[in-house]
Design a protein around this ligand. Structure first.
Ligand code: RP5
Length: 179
């Protein structure tokens, strides 16, 4: 069997500091989306971990992960799920940490099911809900970094530099495109 290059199990080398952001997702199939967020955290030098934690298939793992997240030193959770996407809300119910939810683009309903499942939390248990798919994963990671940057001036500088590079990369004039 070929080893997929999308495994979420080892993005943080053992020599890295303890993870501050926990990226969780309902399935291996979510990793190609969530990896975009992981890449942003890596670029910003934010230590993170990535785990598969399914609200439906591994409820005990979800409980253990969420209940222990703060005690393990995590500061923010980024949770991606698709379809009947209970993961972010259930995680938020069991941890006081900020939870950012990423609706995964589902096959049948293009992620509208994921979006509505994640965004419609009843008042009292917040999940910060991002856009469907890749932009949501990227922005969840940026928000997680922004939260951490409030108490980490070096990270705040790296985040500023990241945004400046993004601004500098936008051309004034559109390039010719071949139709
Ligand atoms: C959700 O079901 C996962 O978050 C995933 O987006 C979706 C489909 O999972 P797989 O059937 O691909 O494992 O729990």
């Amino acid at each position: 069997m070929n080893t997929p290059d999308t495994t979420p199990f080892e993005p943080v080398p053992a020599s890295n500091p303890a993870p501050l952001v926990g990226i969780i997702m309902g399935s291996q199939s979510d990793w190609p989306t969530m990896k975009h967020g992981a890449d942003v955290l890596e670029a910003l030098g934010v230590p993170f971990e990535a785990r598969i934690v399914s609200a439906h298939r591994t409820p005990q793992r979800l409980h253990d992960y969420s209940a222990n997240a703060r005690g393990r030193g995590l500061k923010v959770i980024v949770a991606g799920a698709g379809g009947a996407a209970h993961l972010p809300g259930m995680a938020a119910a069991m941890t006081p940490l900020p939870v950012f939810g990423v609706p995964i683009e589902s096959h049948s309903l293009k992620g509208m099911d994921s979006l509505l499942s994640i965004v419609q939390m009843p008042g009292g248990v917040p999940v910060g809900t991002l856009a469907i798919g890749k932009p949501g994963a990227i922005n969840a990671a940026l928000l997680a970094a922004a939260v951490l940057a409030l108490s980490d001036p070096d990270l705040a500088n790296r985040l500023d530099a990241w945004r400046e590079r993004q601004t500098a990369a936008v051309a004034d004039i559109p390039a010719e495109v071949t139709p």
